[in-house]
Design a protein around this ligand. Structure first.
Ligand SMILES: [Zn+2]
Ligand SMILES: [Zn+2]
Length: 295
């Protein structure tokens, strides 16, 4: 009797619940999670740094237009992976320490590395299919967060009004709520879609609103550097009385200077334009000299 892989439904030479090539694929996915997690964490941390302020009314503008779901998605991935670590460790009666000295400090990384060593054992267990689905979903989430911004642009919180029925069987009671979902659109596309309620928005309008929303706020120099690539040192120089190009708008609780983003970006754009002009001038002169030399 030939056993069939629960995952790919191909016949297997050995008696197991999943074939070696499915386990191999899972191993690659776990390795990819190890690789991409630091980048995904950066996205989550960088974004969640700006969570402060704003209430929870869910209207666009009541919170900063950054992706606040990345952190909770990574929490879910971590929970899923650690759940499998615990399960395998318990079933096999082995001790596991993901926190110990010399272990990676990131629990997603630690769990993924540990799980790679458990795949061959898992292959012979009935629950292997469930586990491999979990790893497959996990790598998609981590990949999506780490690479997402390039493929799908975050377009802010949704804010659409929608009706939620309290009892799906009885349409008598309902709440009209403001959707707190996140809107994404393909880079270069026209529309964006809310991942929670499916509402569609125009990317151009959204972008203008987001720009306004963010530009009118003040951030620390390093935050602006992180988000927009304008050197924090440069920003601080621009704010010195000698340069006077930007003002210190306010100070945060720790007394650190906050700069109005709009002001900083305007100065940065102005300087970039000047640089481009100077460069073009140099290029023109060089071309002129060349043609003179050739003559
Ligand atoms: Zn298979
Ligand atoms: Zn929505």
């Amino acid at each position: 009797m030939n056993a069939t892989c629960q995952r790919c439904e191909r016949p297997m030479p050995d008696q197991a619940f999943a074939c070696a090539s499915c386990a191999d694929r899972a191993s690659q996915q776990l390795a990819e999670i190890v690789d991409l997690t630091p980048a995904a964490r950066d996205v989550a941390h960088g974004l969640s740094k700006r969570q402060g302020g704003g209430g929870g009314s869910g209207k666009p503008g009541s919170r900063l237009p950054f992706d606040l779901t990345a952190t909770s998605k990574l929490d879910a991935v971590q929970g899923e992976l650690i759940g499998w670590v615990r399960h395998i460790a318990e079933e096999r009666g082995v001790a596991v320490d993901l926190h110990g000295p010399g272990k990676p400090r990131d629990l997603i990384v630690g769990a993924s590395e540990w799980l790679q060593g458990g795949l061959e054992w898992l292959r012979h267990r009935q629950e292997v299919s469930e586990a491999l689905s979990g790893f497959d979903a996990a790598v998609r989430v981590v990949r999506g967060i780490a690479r997402g911004p390039r493929e799908q642009k975050y377009l802010g919180p949704c804010g659409a009004e929608r009706r939620v029925y309290l009892d799906p069987e009885d349409f008598g009671g309902f709440d009209d709520i403001t959707c707190e979902g996140d809107v994404y659109g393909p880079t270069g596309g026209h529309n964006g879609t809310c991942r929670t309620c499916g509402a569609t928005v125009d990317q151009g309008e959204r972008k203008a609103w987001l720009d306004d929303e963010v530009r009118s706020r003040a951030f620390r120099a390093v935050e602006i550097e992180d988000a927009y690539g304008v050197s924090a040192n440069l920003i601080r120089q621009w704010a010195t009385p000698a340069r006077g190009l930007v003002n210190v708008h306010a100070q945060d609780r720790e007394g650190r200077a906050l700069y109005l983003l709009a002001e900083v970006l305007d100065v940065a754009a102005g300087q970039a334009a000047k640089r481009a002009e100077a460069q073009a001038k140099r290029a023109r002169r060089a071309a002129q000299r060349e043609s003179e030399d050739a003559a």
